[in-house]
Design a protein around this ligand. Structure first.
Ligand code: IVH
Length: 675
């Protein structure tokens, strides 16, 4: 065989193998026996070995996995990866559908109904038909680059197919979907692990997630992973219908779940849900619910999204899985803000794919309401990722008359008095940061993924650091020395150096992350971001009075009160000063861009408005608009209040759109901004 012949044969073999893959993974109609497939693959491998000049990253032989990585790089999602709102009842689906109809001012709506696979979300970027990058969802804005691992998954095309009749793929394409481990593969893989004396994987979902996070792609290549595409990110020439977009993805070579259907109205959605609930036990993969998405993309954009979830889609979850077990005793746990939570210690039980040994009992009122006592048989419930809870007592099985549970009067960790906040269900340890449990939890929160994201400083290590007295406050973690770290149990020199490097890297957090990390009561990620966007500097937030805090979108009087009093507490301001002294420098954040509904628009406010003008400005900026002081031909919209004068006249003269405050409020409502 000469070189030209070899090249021809290589191309032939690749095309043939790709065709078999397509039939197997996408059409679910295998065309050759495994032995024949293996023979083709071996022939191709041999030729590529003899003629390395014809090697190609897209060759099917490349699925074996490349060199191990040091770590995963960060990838920013140009279009944020949203999550889905959940519905747990038929009623909630009706409410969702009613909201959609109202928002669209229409009487019927077509949805695409899809199984909700329990795996890992992935974004795949293609350039000129070739797989360029695969990234996990991460926090929705930034994910991890897992391209080398994803390349080993045979169901994911490395090179897109060019269909004979359907439109060709655009030069740049992003496809999203779910990587999952089929149940058969999961069971087989676990059997193999057991035989080899390894640790078994907990459930298919964790198995898929763990497989994708292997640093050595050759290990990922051995895991039986599969993939279903569920969305095409807006691209040139893309169909207006989501359903048709999925059909197109299929022709380009992506596996699309065959259970996906178009349905009409809430009635159609609910019928689909029931049908899938029945099919569920026989499906070859785990699903935790179904998803309904408005089919029409223009209708989707009319509705937009609220915080992180689209208003045009919803997940209907299957009921939580439940099991019965023995409650051995009731313990209490002290949380970050001192809340004392009763916890049930259980005889281990397998629920919804994992072994549960602890379950929350929420608070004393719940314990009384459910009449839970030590020694009882209880129903333990797990819904998706949420913490397992004790749903109810199996009262017929109670033996004798066990004593009622009493809240301790003193904190079991620091001995301080336990008090109940007025009008609240929670009991709290009054020890504040004197309490080692509260200190530990607040440090664990500070370093956690959504906060400063300090890798290598896990929960157990934080406990060790607090218990050994090396760390008292979050600022102390920046004072740790190599000697102190290597003196700890189970801490090698390499881990210590890595941790010190990580700590150094974490010293320039975005302001919103820092605010979230501080652990102010009721300040979650979203509120932290609103505060950061509004004030742009920590000093300003620290100095703001409650009234000024109320100007921030999404902040009400209770949260404003928490923020205000947090910064009046000398201990907290000391910690901030210490962080600064340790070299921590936070950065102002800019509004997200990309997917904001009013991106690129310039607004002008004029006249007297019912709401404070600063608030209107903030709300507009939060939606992506720029707010300017003067009207020009470039102005997108003028918001005119009472007694508007020259700016209104100028707008009319230039033909700029003018709206009044009532219309503005309706607009805000349609974007889900709180008024
Ligand atoms: S759509 C804007 N469709 O569920 C909508 N998600 O909270 C974004 N998931 O982690 C997602 N099956 O990976 C969509 N058919 C499906 C899905 C699906 C599973 C996962 C997804 C994400 C979570 C959404």
């Amino acid at each position: 065989m000469n070189k030209a012949q070899a090249e021809r044969r290589i191309n032939e073999l690749r095309a043939e193998i790709d065709q078999h893959d397509y039939r197997y993974y996408v059409l679910d109609a295998p065309s050759v026996p495994d032995a024949e497939y293996d023979r083709l693959m071996r022939e191709l491998q041999a030729l590529e070995h003899d003629y390395p000049e014809f090697s190609s990253a897209e060759s099917p032989t490349q699925r074996v996995g490349g060199e191990p990585l040091e770590g995963f790089a960060e990838v920013r999602h140009e279009t944020p990866m949203l999550s889905l709102a959940n519905a747990f009842s038929e009623e909630e689906i009706h409410q969702f559908h009613d909201r959609v109809l109202r928002g669209l001012e229409t009487e019927h709506a077509d949805y695409v109904a899809e199984p909700k696979l329990d795996g890992v979300a992935i974004a795949l970027r293609y350039r000129d038909g070739r797989l360029q990058q695969a990234a996990t969802r991460g926090d929705g804005v930034t994910g991890e680059d897992v391209t080398s691992n994803v390349r080993t998954i045979a169901a994911i095309p490395l090179q897109l197919r060019t269909p004979r009749v359907a439109p060709a793929w655009p030069a740049t394409l992003e496809v999203r979907g779910e990587i999952y481990m089929p149940l058969a593969g999961f069971i087989q893989y676990n059997e193999k692990l057991k035989k080899d004396g390894g640790k078994e994987l907990v459930n298919p979902r964790n198995a898929a997630a763990g497989s994708l996070r292997q640093l050595d792609p050759r290990l990922t290549a051995q895991r039986p992973l599969a993939f279903y595409a569920y969305s095409m990110v807006a691209a040139e020439g893309m169909p207006e219908s989501h359903f048709e977009a999925l059909a197109l993805l299929k022709r380009w070579g992506f596996p699309v779940n065959p259970e996906i259907q178009r349905v009409r109205d809430a009635v159609g959605c609910l019928a689909y849900y029931r049908a899938m609930a029945e099919k569920r036990p026989n499906l070859p993969y785990d699903i935790d619910g179904v998803v309904f998405k408005l089919d029409d993309r223009e209708q989707q954009s009319t509705l937009g999204f609220v915080s992180r979830a689209p208003r045009w889609a919803i997940a209907q979850k299957f009921p939580a899985q439940e099991e019965i077990t023995r409650l051995l005793e009731i313990d209490v746990q002290v949380g970050r803000t001192g809340t004392i939570t009763p916890v049930a210690r259980l005889q281990p039980v397998f629920v919804g794919g994992v072994t549960v040994t602890n379950a929350t009992l929420h608070n004393l009122d719940e314990i009384r309401r459910k009449d839970v006592r030590a020694g009882d048989w209880v129903v333990v419930r797990r819904a998706g990722d949420v913490i397992p809870e004790v749903a109810r007592v199996v009262i017929e099985r109670r033996e004798g008359d066990p004593a009622e549970f009493q809240m301790p009067e003193h904190c079991p960790v620091c001995g301080s008095a336990v008090e109940r906040d007025e009008g609240e269900a929670a009991f709290r340890c009054t020890g504040g940061l004197f309490c080692a449990a509260q200190r530990t939890r607040s440090i664990q929160h500070f370093v956690s993924r959504k906060a400063l994201d300090i890798e290598g400083l896990g929960e157990k290590l934080v406990v060790q650091l607090v218990e050994s007295g090396l760390v008292h406050s979050v600022a102390d973690i920046y004072m740790l020395t190599r000697e102190q770290l290597t003196g700890l149990e189970r801490m090698g020199e390499k881990s210590a150096d890595n941790l010190l490097a990580e700590l150094d890297r974490s010293k320039t957090p975005d302001l919103d992350r820092l605010l979230y990390a501080l652990g102010i009561r009721d300040v979650g990620e979203v509120t932290a971001r609103s505060l950061a966007l509004h004030f742009k500097s920590l000093d300003k937030i620290m100095q703001a009075n409650e009234e000024e805090l109320l100007d921030v979108p999404d902040i009400g009087p209770v949260v404003a009160g928490h923020v205000h009093s947090f910064f009046r507490e000398p201990h907290n301001t000391d910690v901030i000063a210490q962080l600064e002294a340790a070299g921590v420098r936070w950065q102002a954040v800019e509004s997200a861009g990309g997917e904001q509904p009013l991106d690129g628009q310039t607004w002008v406010l004029t006249g007297t408005l019912g709401m404070p003008r600063a608030r209107a400005k903030n709300l507009l900026e939060a939606l992506g608009a720029r707010v300017s002081g003067s009207v020009s031909a470039k102005t997108s919209v003028v918001l005119a209040g009472e007694a508007a004068g020259s700016k209104l006249r100028k707008a009319k003269k230039l033909g700029v759109e003018v709206i009044d405050e009532a219309a503005f409020n309706r607009l805000l409502e349609s974007y889900g901004s709180s008024l």
